[in-house]
Design a protein around this ligand. Structure first.
Ligand code: ADP
Ligand code: MG
Length: 290
């Protein structure tokens, strides 16, 4: 049976905006020694803004056409970057067409048919063969996330986006360190330079260019070393890693329903101070149980 102290903690936590799905997760959390973090929507606000629209060599389009095409492709994607593309198109009052055969490729992007042509938007991983154009390097060095746009297999343009660090993150990470969490690691599907731009000022480890399966493999790698692993994420693509972790924490309020479902704890307020708070609650509860 679940000890009374645990039930009381779970009830009190719910009123604070922390949904804890069982006493065993408090038990695991009290012993946690590794914290893994997703980037977009977790460390950042997940409301990226499109800053650049770059036509690639050989493209026959105007910048607005490229943006409209990308927004049409992203019309039904739940990804925060898709929302950024749609917002940029709406800001310029661009009309969107109806995409056909919508396909979301987790951790990579989307692919659709528009007017009989195949349009893909996403990370470089969606286009393994293509060499990176010069424009792309400059944008990446500014810490921007790149979205490549491809038509019938030909790269036609690049959109760049920036996102903002959640303001409570530096304080929350400092608190986790004070609590003895030594290994904090950013896991992202985004590129190396963007990952470094975020991780270095926070002094945390990072791994970039990851696919959802890579995130699970990294959780398992830490578990194989006998560590108790916490994973914090928000997206559909984080769900498998959240489920694999000893304690998966979903940024609930902003995150996808799939992530909330897969996680063991959901933050129902978009507030990183809840992360060290739930760890303190777990430790106090386990002291009371013993
Ligand atoms: P993170 O791990 O930072 O949360 P994701 O795994 O969700 O990022 O995405 C990794 C990369 O895949 C993004 O940086 C982006 O380049 C690309 N991507 C994923 N989904 C989309 C989409 N719907 N539109 C454009 N790009 C996407
Ligand atoms: Mg994310």
């Amino acid at each position: 049976a679940t000890p009374v102290a645990m039930i009381a903690s779970i009830g009190a936590s719910a009123r604070r905006g922390l949904l804890i799905k069982g006493g065993k997760y408090l038990e695991a959390l009290a012993k946690a020694d590794v914290v893994l973090l997703d980037k977009t929507g977790t460390l950042t606000l997940g409301r990226p803004q499109i800053t650049d629209v770059v036509l690639l060599h050989g493209s026959d389009l105007e910048p607005d056409c490229l943006l409209a095409l990308a927004a049409t492709a992203e019309r039904y994607s739940e990804h925060p970057l898709a929302e950024a593309v749609r917002t940029a198109a709406a800001d310029r009052r661009l009309a969107l067409a109806e995409p056909e055969d919508f396909e979301a490729i987790p951790g990579k992007g989307v692919r659709v048919r528009i007017d009989g042509r195949t349009i893909a938007v996403g990370s470089r991983r969606l286009f393994p063969e293509g060499a990176l154009p010069n424009e792309a390097f400059e944008l990446q060095e500014q810490g921007k996330t790149l979205l490549f746009v491809e038509r019938d297999g030909q790269p036609i343009g690049i959109l760049a986006a920036t996102d903002t660090l959640r303001p409570e993150v530096p304080g929350a990470i400092a608190e986790l360190r004070k609590m003895g969490i030594e290994h904090l690691e950013l896991l992202t599907g985004d590129n190396e330079l963007t990952a470094a731009a975020l991780a270095k000022p926070l002094d945390i480890h990072y791994r970039a260019n990851l696919l959802p399966d890579d995130k699970i493999a990294i959780v398992k790698e830490h578990q194989a070393r006998g560590r108790v692993v916490v994973m914090i994420g928000d997206g559909v693509n984080d769900a498998p890693a959240l489920a694999q972790a000893d304690v998966g924490i979903a940024m609930g309020a902003a995150g996808s329903g799939v992530a909330i479902e897969a996680a063991h704890i959901a933050l129902m307020r978009e507030d990183w101070t809840l992360v060290p708070e739930v760890m303190h609650i777990a430790r106090r509860t386990m002291k009371a149980v013993k």
